[in-house]
Design a protein around this ligand. Structure first.
Ligand code: NAP
Length: 299
């Protein structure tokens, strides 16, 4: 159906541009963007994410380094590794895969990554600049950066007059996408678990972004006809009651029924997920250009 937003295809197009810009950077200046990805522990989902990020970085022509640390690693050791990477001129982006084991303070870790290398966009300096609408040298978190690109491809850059509802107020998705939508002139409502009449609020949305982590929570009765629906959720469902190891992924939106009403909708998988990885590559490339005071490619 032509109302499906093909995040995979859009991400592939972005990655082609990243590859080309990376080649130009190397050919003209002998600079190769470098990313270091750190994983602590053996969470299977995190391992899959880290491998696919490292693989994409290699495909883009980046220097891609993976640090795999045991789940017993102490916070001090992790901070030392980050310090080394902060001062390594070959590394322009540092990503620590979340969640971290409970004995490590996640905030301490994310705030100790140099903000210029914080390609996840979690550092308070990047968050602060984003909130202040300073976009030139700010690293925007990858998932919201991909989402706003998908929305603006459908609706145009200026979202004046459109009502956007975001379900979920997390620091990594809900809040930054609210900031980006507001900056693009949408009128934004942020809903969460304490919101009253959530179905009614969702029905008022011209643009509905859902990031809650509850499988198929948004039903067709909750959606305005002709709305743009962005499903951020990744929920792993066991294939059968007896076999819990084989899983498939669904989003937070009941895709099959909502797609009949939506003007455009992202599938899960194949929507927001691939765009998130593509934007990580964009953030790393831009960080490399900035580190060498070169013009930053536009996306
Ligand atoms: N595709 C991607 O690349 C990508 C990237 C990041 C996250 N995700 C996925 O997106 C989902 C959300 O991630 P997150 O990190 O933002 O999650 P999170 O930090 O757990 O936040 C979830 C948000 O949903 C709200 N919520 C929970 N139950 C609700 C309900 N019944 N009604 C209304 N709001 C409710 C929570 O409200 P309160 O604040 O009131 O608790 C919270 O604000 C997860 O499935 C995650 O795996 C996907």
């Amino acid at each position: 159906m032509d109302n499906i937003i093909d995040g995979k295809k859009l991400a592939e197009d972005i990655l082609v541009k990243v590859k080309n810009e990376t080649k130009k950077l190397y050919d003209n200046h002998k600079i190769q963007p470098g990313i270091a990805v750190i994983i602590v522990g053996d969470d299977p989902a995190s391992q899959i994410y880290v491998s696919s990020k490292s693989k994409k970085a290699e495909e883009c022509g980046f220097l891609s380094i993976k640090h795999v640390l045991s789940k017993e690693t102490q916070e001090k050791e992790l901070l030392q590794l980050i310090e080394t990477l902060n001062s390594d001129p070959k590394i322009h982006g540092i990503l620590v895969q979340l969640p971290l084991p409970a004995h490590i303070n996640t905030n301490n870790v994310t705030q100790n990554i140099a903000f210029q290398k914080d390609v996840d966009g979690f550092h308070y300096i990047n968050i602060g600049k984003l909130t202040a609408n300073v976009f030139e040298d700010t690293i925007v978190p990858c998932t919201p950066a991909g989402i706003i690109m998908m929305i603006q491809q459908k609706c145009g850059k200026d979202l004046s007059g459109l009502d956007a509802v975001i379900v979920g107020r997390s620091n990594i998705v809900g809040k930054p996408i609210a900031t980006l939508l507001t900056a693009a002139n949408a009128t934004v409502t942020i809903a969460h678990s304490r919101t009253r009449d959530l179905d009614e609020i969702c029905r008022s949305a011209d643009i509905l972004v859902v990031a809650v982590g509850h499988p198929k929570m948004i039903k067709k009765e909750w959606v305005k006809k002709g709305a743009i629906i962005i499903d951020v959720g990744i929920n792993r469902i066991a294939t059968s009651k007896t076999d819990k190891t084989t899983t498939y992924i669904v989003g937070d939106v009941d895709f099959e029924e909502v797609k009949e009403k939506a003007a455009a909708i992202t599938p899960v998988p194949g929507g927001v997920g691939p765009m998130t990885i593509a934007m990580l590559m964009v953030n790393t490339l831009k960080a490399a250009a900035r580190a060498h005071k070169l013009p930053v490619p536009e996306f």
